[in-house]
Design a protein. Structure first.
Lengths: 790, 155
C-alpha cells in the first residue's frame, strides 16, 4: 500500500535544455546526403545559362540556333522564347504606395541591368555539353552607361537604370520632438558609415531540379522557402498552385540567400514544361557570386544629440540603400527591418528615420543574415563609442546611462516596439568578467604609454534585435505581402511513435533535434520515438519557412499548441478507456491517470493505439488524436547581449589580430545549448568577416571583381579566433520563453570588432575605419590621421 | 574518350571518360558517389576533398584521368562498420550545421592527423585553412579534430 502512494511512473527528465546530439548528423557525416545536385531523374537534362557580360546594355539580337546543332544539345532558348509565359519575378514588400517596382523578367528580353543577368540558355544531355554550347550563342549588345554609386545615382543627369529613374522609394518614420532633442543639445555628433555589399556565400551552391508529368510539377530546390516559393511560382507562371509541389531536400546553408524566388527556379519550371522532360541546373560558385542576391550595401548618415552627462536625447538616421537592378522578394523591406532597431537598447526622446531605396546596375540586394538589423546595430553601437570618446566616458558606462533598466521591462521604445524582457546589466556584468575588462583596459594604458607599435583596442557592442518574424498584423501594417504565422502538425502513430510536421523548413539549424526535444516534453514520449518532417509542400502543406530567427520563436509555439490539442483530444478517449470522467483525469506528460487513483491510467501510446483501432471510442468522438496548429505571434522577440572584442592592431602594418572575443547572449530559454552555441559561433564568424574580410567589389564598368572565393574572402579557420561564449536568461513572453538565436552573433559582432580597432587607434586621432578593415585600410587610416595632424 | 581504372572506397571501376572530366564529376556522376559535394570552381572551398592514394586532394582540381590506377577514398568509405573517429567526433562536438563542408572537412582532417597525429589548435586551424565552412565559425571543428586526435583517429 505504502509503495503505491508513490507515482507509478517517474516523470521523464526534461528534454528541453539538454545538449542533445543532432539527429541530422548521421546522414551528413557519412555522405548519405540528398542535396538537390545529387538528384538524378530518368531522362534528366542539364541547363546552362548564358549571362550578360555588361552591367547595362540593350540587347539588339540573340541567335541561339547554332547552339541547337551542337552534339547532345536538346534545346536552346532566349528571353523571347519565354516572354509570353515567364511573368515577372516577385517582390512581396512594396514598402510605400508609390514605390517604383520595375518588371523583372526571369530571362532578359530587351535590356540587361547587371553583369550575370540571364540572357539565353542551353539544355543538353550533360552539364559539359550544355556549357560548351553556350559559346555558339550569338548576342549583340548596345552598351548603356552603368549606374554604380547610390550617392550620385539620384543626381540630375545621372544615367537611368530604369525608365522611371533610379529612385525606388523613400520610407520615413519619426517619433518625438526632434527639434527639442537637437535644438539646444550640448553635444551633437554627425557621422557617415558605410555598410559594404556582401555575398552570403552559403557553402551549397544553388541548384534546382524540375520534373513535369501530365501537367503536374515537382520542383526540388536548394531553398529556404519551399512554401513561399510554391505560391510565388504559381503566381508568376500562372500554373495552378495545386499542380506544383516544391521540395527543399538537404539544403546546405542559406543565411537569407536562399530566401528568394529566383530566375532559375522559374525558368527550370518553364523549360521542363516546354520539353516534357526533367531538367537540372546547378550554379558554379562564380555564377553564384554574381547572381545570388547580395546583402547590406548602405550609406548611413547619422546624427545623435546628447547631454553632457551622456544621456542620449535624439537620433536621426538617413540611409541610402542600394537595391541593385531590381526589387527581389524582400529587397525594399530589408532596411525597414533595421528602421526600428537603430535606437536599440537605449532610451531617447526623439528619433527619425529615412531610407531612400536606389537602383543601380548591380545584382539586387536582399536578406542576408540579420537583414537590416546588423546595419542598424553597427550604426548605433559605433555611434555610442564615438559619443563615449567625445565625452571621455567609458563606453560601457555611457551605454549603462542610457539603456533600459531591467526593472523597466516591458518597455516601449521610441520606435513603438514593446520589449518584453531583458537584462542588459546582467549580460554586461558577465561579459566584463569573462573578458577581464579592467585588466585589458590597464594593459591598453600601458601599451599607449610605451608607444607600443602593437596597440590594444577594446570594442563593445550591447545589442538587441527584433526576431521571431513576425506578427502578421505588423507585417500587414508595413505592406508586406504575407503573414508571419507558422504551422505544425502532430501525427500519433498506432505504435505510439510520433511524426511531427513543421512548416519551418530547416537548412542546417537542427530542427529535427530541437523539435523532437520540445515534443518529447510536451507529449511525454521518448526523444528517439519522434521523427520530424519538413521541407516538402506535399508532406508539410503549410508553412512560412525559415528566416529572421523565427523557427523556434514562432514555429516552436505552433508545435506546443499542436501538442496541447493532441492532449485535449486524447483526454476524451482516455476518459472512455478508463471509464472515468474527463474532468477526473490528470495529465503528466505521457500519461493520463485518474485523480486519486494514480495506478489507473493510460499512456499516450495506448491512447494512440486505441484511437487507431477505434473499436470502443466514446460516442461521437472522431477516431484521431492528431492535431494541427497555426501560431501567429503577438509580438517580436528581443534577444540581446553584450559582446566584447580585444584587438591587437599593428600600427606599422595595419594588421589586425583578434586577441579575445567574449559574448554573453540572452536569447531567453534554451532548448538545446549545443545548437545554440553553434549558432552563436557561426554568427560571430559572419559578423567578424564583415568587419575584417568581406566585400563584394564592382569595377567602374560594373563587373563583379570578387566573383570567386579566391577574391571574395570568406574566412577560414586560420583567419578567425576562438570564442568565449556565455549566457544569461530572461524569459521571453511566450510559452517556451524563447527568443531566437540565428542572427544574434552576426548582428552584434561587426561593431564590436570595428569599435575595438578604432579604440586601439584613438590616440592617433582615428575615429573610423571603413569596412572591411583590411591591413591597407587600417594603415591608411593611421597615415591619414598622422598626415592630417602634421 | 580515355579509359580509367580507379578504385573508389575499395571497389574497382573501369570507365571511359572525357579527358577533361574532373575527378569530382567522375565520382559524383559516373561512380555515383554523391557524398562528395562541390562548393566552388576555383579550388578554394575544399568541400570536394577526397583522399587520393592516401593524401588529401581537392577533387575539383584533379582530372579523372590523373586518378587512373589510383585509390580514392571518399567520405562514403570512411565508416568501416562503425563510424570513423573523425565522423564520431564531428557529431559529438556539433562540428557541423548544414553539413555541406563536412565531407571535405573530415577528409582534410584525416590527412592532417596522418601527418600530425597530435596537432595543437593552431596547427588544426592552419591545417584546415583550405576548407571553408560558413556555418560553424570553426570553433567546434577544431574541437572535433582535437577529440578525434585524442581518440587516435590517425591509427
Amino acid at each position: 500500500m505504502t509503495a503505491q502512494t508513490e507515482a507509478p511512473q517517474q516523470a521523464p527528465a526534461a528534454e528541453v535544455g539538454r545538449a542533445r546530439l543532432r539527429k541530422e548528423d548521421e546522414r551528413l557525416i557519412t555522405g548519405q546526403t540528398n542535396w538537390t545536385d545529387n538528384i538524378r531523374l530518368p531522362g534528366m537534362l542539364h541547363v546552362a545559362f548564358l549571362r550578360s557580360p555588361f552591367a547595362h546594355a540593350r540587347i539588339s539580337s540573340v541567335n541561339v540556333s547554332a547552339a541547337r546543332s551542337d552534339p547532345g544539345v536538346i534545346a536552346a532558348f532566349s528571353g523571347a522564347d519565354f516572354a509570353a509565359e515567364q511573368g515577372s519575378l516577385p517582390c512581396a514588400w512594396p514598402v510605400t504606395p508609390d514605390i517604383v517596382m520595375p518588371a523583372h523578367p526571369p530571362m532578359a528580353t530587351d535590356e540587361v541591368r547587371y553583369v550575370g543577368e540571364a540572357v539565353a540558355c542551353v539544355v543538353a544531355r550533360d552539364r559539359y555539353a550544355a556549357a560548351d554550347a553556350l559559346a555558339a550563342i550569338e548576342i549583340d549588345y548596345e552598351p548603356l552607361p552603368p549606374v554604380l554609386d547610390i550617392r550620385t545615382a539620384l543626381h540630375e543627369g545621372s544615367p537611368k537604370v530604369h525608365e522611371a529613374g533610379n529612385k525606388s522609394f523613400e520610407w520615413v518614420f519619426a517619433n518625438g520632438d526632434m527639434e527639442a532633442a537637437f535644438g539646444d543639445a550640448p553635444v551633437v555628433l554627425e557621422r557617415y558609415y558605410r555598410q559594404q555589399r556582401l555575398i552570403p556565400a552559403a557553402m551549397e551552391p544553388r541548384s534546382v531540379v524540375c520534373s513535369c508529368v501530365g501537367g503536374e510539377f515537382t520542383l526540388w530546390s536548394a531553398t529556404q522557402i519551399p512554401h513561399v516559393l510554391r505560391v510565388m511560382l504559381a503566381l508568376v507562371t500562372g500554373i495552378p498552385e495545386q499542380n506544383i509541389r516544391v521540395i527543399a531536400p538537404d539544403v546546405g546553408g542559406g543565411f537569407g540567400s536562399k530566401l528568394q524566388v529566383t530566375a532559375e527556379e522559374v525558368l527550370a519550371l518553364l523549360i521542363a514544361r516546354k520539353l516534357g522532360r526533367p531538367v537540372k541546373w546547378t550554379e558554379s560558385r562564380s555564377e553564384g557570386n554574381m547572381t545570388v542576391h547580395h546583402g547590406r550595401d548602405q550609406w548611413q548618415h547619422l546624427r545623435i544629440a546628447a547631454d553632457r552627462d551622456g544621456r542620449v536625447r535624439g537620433l536621426e538616421v538617413d540611409l541610402l540603400a542600394d537595391m541593385g537592378a531590381y526589387l527581389m522578394l524582400v529587397t525594399p523591406g530589408v532596411p525597414l527591418l533595421g528602421a526600428f532597431m537603430f535606437p536599440a537598447i537605449y532610451k531617447m526622446d526623439a528619433y527619425s528615420f529615412k531610407c531612400t531605396g536606389v537602383f543601380t546596375t548591380k545584382m539586387p540586394t536582399d536578406a542576408y543574415r540579420g537583414a537590416g538589423r546588423p546595419e542598424a546595430t553597427f550604426a548605433i553601437e559605433r555611434l555610442m563609442d564615438e559619443l563615449a570618446a567625445e565625452l571621455a566616458l567609458d563606453p560601457i558606462e555611457l551605454r549603462e546611462r542610457n539603456w533600459i533598466k531591467h526593472e523597466e521591462f516591458p518597455f516601449t521604445t521610441v520606435c513603438g516596439l514593446t520589449y518584453d524582457s531583458g537584462n542588459y546589466e546582467a549580460a554586461t556584468a558577465k561579459a566584463k568578467e569573462l573578458f577581464d575588462y579592467d585588466g585589458l583596459r590597464k594593459e591598453q594604458e600601458l601599451r599607449r604609454a610605451s608607444n607600443d607599435p602593437v596597440q590594444l583596442g577594446i570594442g563593445v557592442s550591447t545589442f538587441t534585435e527584433m526576431c521571431g518574424l513576425a506578427p502578421s498584423r505588423v507585417l500587414g501594417s508595413l505592406a508586406y505581402g504575407a503573414g508571419g504565422w507558422e504551422q505544425a502538425s502532430i501525427r500519433m502513430l498506432p505504435t505510439g511513435k510520433v511524426e511531427v510536421v513543421t512548416g519551418s523548413s530547416a537548412h542546417g539549424q537542427g530542427h529535427e533535434t530541437a523539435w523532437s526535444q520540445i515534443v518529447a516534453d510536451q507529449l511525454g514520449v521518448p526523444f528517439e520515438d519522434i521523427r520530424v518532417l519538413h521541407g516538402d509542400t506535399q508532406v508539410s502543406p503549410k508553412g512560412m519557412d525559415t528566416y529572421g530567427s523565427r523557427s523556434l520563436a514562432v514555429g516552436g509555439m505552433a508545435l506546443v499548441s499542436a501538442c496541447d490539442k493532441v492532449v485535449e483530444k486524447a483526454k476524451v478517449i482516455a476518459a472512455g478507456m478508463l471509464e472515468a470522467s474527463a474532468d477526473d483525469l490528470e495529465w503528466s506528460p505521457g500519461r493520463f491517470a485518474v485523480r486519486g487513483d494514480p495506478d489507473k491510467g493510460v499512456t499516450i501510446g495506448e491512447i494512440a493505439l486505441a484511437t487507431f483501432l477505434a473499436h470502443n471510442l466514446p460516442d461521437g468522438v472522431e477516431p484521431t488524436i492528431d492535431a494541427d496548429a497555426t501560431y501567429d505571434p503577438d509580438n517580436f522577440s528581443f534577444p540581446h547581449g553584450t559582446h566584447l572584442c580585444a584587438t591587437e592592431v599593428d600600427t606599422e602594418t595595419g594588421f589586425v589580430k583578434i586577441r579575445s572575443y567574449v559574448c554573453v547572449d540572452d536569447i531567453g530559454a534554451v532548448v538545446n545549448p549545443l545548437i545554440v552555441e553553434g549558432q552563436v559561433h557561426g554568427g560571430l564568424a559572419q559578423g567578424i568577416a564583415q568587419a575584417l574580410y568581406e566585400e563584394a567589389v564592382y569595377d567602374d564598368d560594373g563587373n563583379l571583381v570578387t566573383s570567386t572565393l579566391a577574391d571574395y574572402l570568406v574566412p577560414s579557420a586560420s583567419d578567425l579566433p576562438s570564442y568565449v561564449t556565455g549566457r544569461t536568461e530572461s524569459r521571453a513572453d511566450n510559452p517556451l520563453g524563447v527568443k531566437g538565436v540565428g542572427e544574434a552573433g552576426t548582428i552584434a559582432s561587426t561593431p564590436a570588432v570595428v569599435n575595438a580597432i578604432v579604440d586601439a587607434l584613438r590616440p592617433f586621432g582615428v575615429d573610423d575605419v571603413t569596412m572591411p578593415c583590411t591591413p591597407e585600410r587600417v594603415w591608411r587610416a593611421i597615415a591619414e590621421s598622422r598626415g592630417g595632424a602634421a | 574518350m580515355a579509359e580509367v581504372t580507379v578504385t573508389v572506397d575499395g571497389v574497382k571501376y573501369a570507365d571511359h571518360v572525357e579527358p577533361r572530366m574532373l575527378l569530382v564529376h567522375y565520382l559524383r556522376e559516373i561512380v555515383g558517389k554523391t557524398g562528395t559535394p562541390i562548393g566552388c570552381d576555383t579550388s578554394n572551398c575544399g568541400a570536394c576533398t577526397v583522399l587520393l592514394d592516401g593524401e588529401s586532394v581537392k577533387s575539383c582540381a584533379v582530372l579523372a584521368v590523373q586518378a587512373d590506377g589510383s585509390e580514392v577514398t571518399t567520405i562514403e568509405g570512411m565508416a568501416n562498420g562503425s563510424l570513423h573517429p573523425l565522423q564520431r567526433a564531428f557529431h559529438e562536438e556539433h562540428a557541423l550545421q548544414c553539413g555541406y563542408c563536412t565531407p571535405g572537412m573530415i577528409m582534410a582532417a584525416s590527412d592532417l592527423l596522418r601527418e600530425n597525429p597530435h596537432p595543437s589548435n593552431e596547427e588544426i586551424r592552419e591545417g584546415l585553412e583550405g576548407n571553408l565552412c560558413r556555418c560553424t565559425g570553426y570553433e567546434n571543428i577544431v574541437r572535433a579534430v582535437r577529440r578525434a586526435a585524442q581518440a587516435g583517429a590517425n591509427a
